[in-house]
Design a protein around this ligand. Structure first.
Ligand code: MTE
Ligand code: MO
Length: 190
């Protein structure tokens, strides 16, 4: 399995199952009042209802995901709206460099704007051909496959565009500010 080995970042072990990992409880979400917002350093702050979000252009990607707790899962298929579509609709200002991703119950995670604009970065509502399950982030989760999976916020609700980096939940609790699995950027001092 040389090919498969080349897809596994250092220090990771492949799992065929899909583990569930998060802080706190699975939130209860009401689609009737749900919104996705993009605000901060944008030309025009935007808000989408669930219905409006469903009308946006969609993509399907097949990606490998890597959790900092050392499991990797190969070939998960996600479907949803590219993050780029929402960022383009709001219009990032030139001074926008960083994004704080906001999710239900105050969960946050940060990443450089350019990482959100990368290929294969989706706001996904389906995985492996099925609607997301609540424990994997229903109704919507971020998927940033090129960074450790803690950046892929479940139950995501918005992007706040910033000039200076502002650390998110796991990043304030010892995890790396960026989290590239190929460089083993696990903890803040890696
Ligand atoms: N809202 C929220 N999203 C989150 C987390 C969390 O605690 N809260 N944990 C992250 C971590 S550490 C991981 S590894 C992945 C796990 O996603 P999964 O449970 O679908 O495998 O979700 C990420 N997204
Ligand atoms: Mo994680």
């Amino acid at each position: 399995m040389r090919e498969e080995r080349a897809r596994i970042p250092p220090g990771q072990v492949v799992t065929r199952k899909w583990p569930v990992l998060h802080h706190g409880d699975v939130p209860r979400v009401d689609l009737a009042t749900w919104t996705f917002r993009v605000w901060g350093l944008v030309e025009e702050p935007r808000t989408w209802t669930w219905e409006e979000f469903q009308a946006l252009p969609r993509e399907r990607v097949r990606v490998d995901i890597h959790c900092v707790t050392r499991w990797s899962r190969l070939d998960t298929e996600f479907e949803g709206v590219p993050a780029r579509v929402l960022l383009d609709a709001a219009g990032a200002l030139p001074e926008a460099r960083h994004v704080l991703v906001h999710a239900e119950a105050g969960f946050t995670t940060n990443l450089p704007l350019e990482d959100l604009l990368r290929e294969n970065v989706l706001l996904a509502d389906r995985a492996d051909g099925e609607p997301l399950t609540p424990e994997h982030g229903w109704p919507l989760r971020l998927v940033v496959p090129h960074l450790y999976f803690w950046k892929s916020a479940k139950w995501v609700r918005g992007f706040e565009l910033l000039h200076e980096e502002r650390l998110g939940f796991w990043e304030r609790n010892g995890y790396h500010r960026r989290g590239d699995p190929w460089k083993q950027e696990r903890y803040w001092d890696d």
